[in-house]
Design a binder for this molecule. Sequence first.
Ligand code: FES
Length: 444
Amino acid sequence: MRLARATPSCEAPQGAFVTLGAASQDRRTLLKAALGLGLGLSFLEVVSARAEDPRMLRPQVGDQFVFPFGDREGQIITPEDLPLGGPQQLAYPMDPRGKIVRNGSTLNQVVLIRLDPTELTDDTRAHAAEGVVAYSAVCTHQQCPVSMWQAQAKALFCACHGSEFDPRDRARVVDGPAPRRLPMLPLKMVGGALTAAGEFTGRVDVQLTNKDRVSARYIFQQNILTGATGRFAAGAWVDIPARDQQIALDWTRTFSNQLVNQLRYSFSRAGFGFEGGSFPTCTQANIFACPTGITLQSGVAFGIQNNLPQGRIINNTQVQDNASLTRGRHTFKTGYEILRARANSLVNAQPSGRYWFGGTESPFTPNTGNDFASFLLGSVVRADFTKNLATWLPRWWDHALYFQDDWKVAPALTLNLGLRWQYESPFNTKYGQQSQFSPDAIDP
Ligand code: FES
């Protein structure tokens, strides 16, 4: 067995590793614990200050990754810095906006490893970027750093008690006392840089029988994109706060070495808004705090854009079944998927109104004068006020069916032949709040 060391550090991180949830949750948990113990305000202040410290936050969406120590400490890690096939590279996340390295806690350490994408399981590949995968560097046994590489087994190795994790399969435990996988950090490429596409995700596997394995996964993401859109020149912009939760259950039954079936259920709830920003109190829940819109007919506009604030929640429920059968040189795969999508969208409203100003026309000469002069004089040519009567609630179905044959024609030639059929139904609305016009319908 050959072990390669990825870091000179052998320091064990202190405290429990929180795999799920945002920093605010960490903070609430700590505050509750402190209150339960009757600790004083100064302790709370220290805890609060630490929780607010961006260096203490777990990796956030949009973070990039830097070398944690050595000659290149603080430099951004690119896929080219990672040898194909391992070993892993330890890294700290960094907020690229303020160049803040989140090195305030060893629990923030991440391992990056570049692998052949064809070797990754589908689930792992979905969270990889150019073959690079990222996992928490904190062992799920007793929180030692996973800093070693087991070259023969191509496994991440924790030297404290010998746990091994398979980086090609979402850091599945392949040996040792670790009770569960390393949390995975989804990645994407942004402008050529490896970037966090989510927060750490956890997954639990249970081998029910030697033929049945079930797993459950929960993902929580919350972030806010500040100054996202709007009228920047007029000082009117909004943020995009977003919150996303997903739960997935998976049952894999191995009927034989040739036949495997996988049944999946997932539910996701994604909510986001366009609100706040330069008018912090102007939100979906507080539209009466939004300023009045001013529009000059020459095209200049002030105040909040007339389609803001707005937002929506999208609930997706999905059931999927995939079967795989191996026969000689063929691997047949077939599957069916059904998706029910439900969206709840806030319809635009402008309760504070919009005022329009046109030119103060010269006598008998239309379209003359200056609309700004009209604005200064308070000469309104039009005013709009809108109010929500209903929320937009579209619902629709999605069905998909596929068949695939991976045919190994020769040792160096495999044909991937496949067919997919998909149908997305027209949407209808909850409570039937939409009318359709058909030019072909016969007037009764
Ligand atoms: S802490 Fe990693 S195996 Fe025990």
